[in-house]
Design a protein around this ligand. Structure first.
Ligand code: DNO
Length: 395
């Protein structure tokens, strides 16, 4: 596997020189300063690429080339944005960058209700609590009909949580929930309401049709460029905010692969996101799409049996990391036998706990992406990979 580390660009508090010390050889980054929907020019791509190569690494994966909301809704300037997307794929390929991550989650990308969930050892994890999320959408966002999505017991829990906060805490809670997305900063409640409005009456079948239209258009371009587009799973992996989500389960994975039969129609296998549902067997899902996986995020979650979860240590809890890494290495071997002998699948440690010296720093603007927790995750994952390769007589 190729070790990579996510870097948010020149404003990332973790500098590239530190990224290099983690042992990563590849960098995963994005041009967050370019508004969603616009073309990434060769010049802008090369500027970023030079920063990475000057630091002794390569820009291996784009995460993400954002899909404009109007492509997801199939409304407004959808076709224009798709044309721009094609151009960006070509420009990236001209610079030698061929793995492009995207997601098709309506309105909000990943969601957590607490970015500083304290673990018994004093470190902090990202946490999703259903009652807290209900408090957000029922009492703060006041989404019409939101209360119908919850049981009376959950609503009572949500109300108690809401009542326990003063106005400053409500503000902090809300910002942490909706304003976390690089390239899309300063999101307010009214922005979320306006975005939700754009999805009014959009069904699961509509969203699927829009994804199919997008892929039908862009995959041939990516294929010609020798590139792969990899879709990130929904996080958490079920419908939220009264909106459909279509990449959460093994059936969704099979559905995606059947939608457009192209080697460019790929998957960003985010183990942690899939593990957000207790009925998902993460290793089985990997096996269902292995030949089309172009990028891997390794992470795990710990559930409490009530629909709530926090992000666990990388090798523990819901994801059987040993079986998963073994399956990834077997897939890599299969591909090496078919083609280039040195072919490697890029992976990165996904998120990490805020721990040690990072606890004393100002909160990381990119939740989950402090240096030390991810370094710990990467070190553990590399150790696991090393052990498996040795046991397979491959080292
Ligand atoms: C969060 C990430 C996601 C991911 C996008 C890909 O930490 O996994 O924000 O980058 O969904 O488009």
């Amino acid at each position: 596997m190729e070790e990579t580390f996510r870097w948010y660009g020149p404003n990332d508090p973790v500098p590239l020189d530190f990224v290099r010390q983690t042992g990563a050889t590849g960098v995963v980054t994005s041009l967050h300063h370019i508004p969603y929907g616009e073309v990434w020019s060769i010049e802008e791509i090369q500027k970023r690429q030079k920063m990475v190569t000057d630091a002794g690494m390569v820009w291996s994966v784009v995460e993400s080339l954002p899909v404009h909301e109007e492509i997801k809704t199939g409304r407004g300037r959808c076709d224009e944005y798709i044309e721009n997307y094609k151009k960006s794929i070509e420009n990236l390929a001209a610079c030698g960058i061929h793995v492009i991550t995207y997601n098709f989650m309506p309105v909000l990308d990943w969601i957590r209700t607490d970015l500083h969930y304290r673990l018994p050892d004093g470190s902090e994890a990202l946490y999703f609590n259903q009652a807290q999320f209900a408090a957000f959408e029922v009492f703060i966002l006041q989404r019409p009909g939101a209360e119908k999505d919850y049981s009376p017991a959950k609503l009572a829990e949500a109300k108690a949580f809401y009542d326990s906060m003063d106005s400053v805490e409500i503000q902090r809670f809300t910002t942490n929930l909706i304003d976390n997305f690089p390239g899309f900063k300063g999101v307010t409640l009214d922005d979320v309401r306006a975005m939700l409005k754009k999805y009014e009456n959009l069904t699961r079948a509509d969203l699927e049709r829009n994804l199919k239209h997008f892929l039908t258009e862009v995959c041939p371009v990516a294929e010609k460029c020798g590139s792969i587009l990899v879709i990130h799973p929904d996080d958490p992996p079920y419908p939220i905010l009264g909106l459909p989500r279509i990449f959460s389960t093994i059936d969704d994975v099979k559905n995606l692969l059947a939608m457009v039969d192209s080697p460019a129609n790929g998957v960003c296998f985010c183990a942690g996101s899939f593990s957000g549902r207790s009925d998902n067997d993460v290793v089985e899902i990997f096996k269902a799409c292995a030949p089309r996986v172009g990028f891997v995020h390794l992470r795990s979650t710990q559930h409490d049996g009530n629909g709530n979860f926090f992000e666990a240590n990388h090798l523990e809890e819901s994801v059987d990391m040993y079986r998963l890494v073994k399956a990834i290495l077997e897939e890599e071997l299969r591909r090496q036998k078919e083609g280039r002998a040195d072919w490697k699948l890029p992976f990165r440690p996904d998120h990490g706990h805020t721990m040690l010296d990072d606890l004393a720093k100002p909160p990381c603007p990119n939740p989950g992406y402090t240096a030390i927790g991810r370094l710990k995750g990467l070190a553990e994952l590399r150790g696991l990979e090393f052990g498996i390769l040795k046991s397979m007589n491959l080292l």
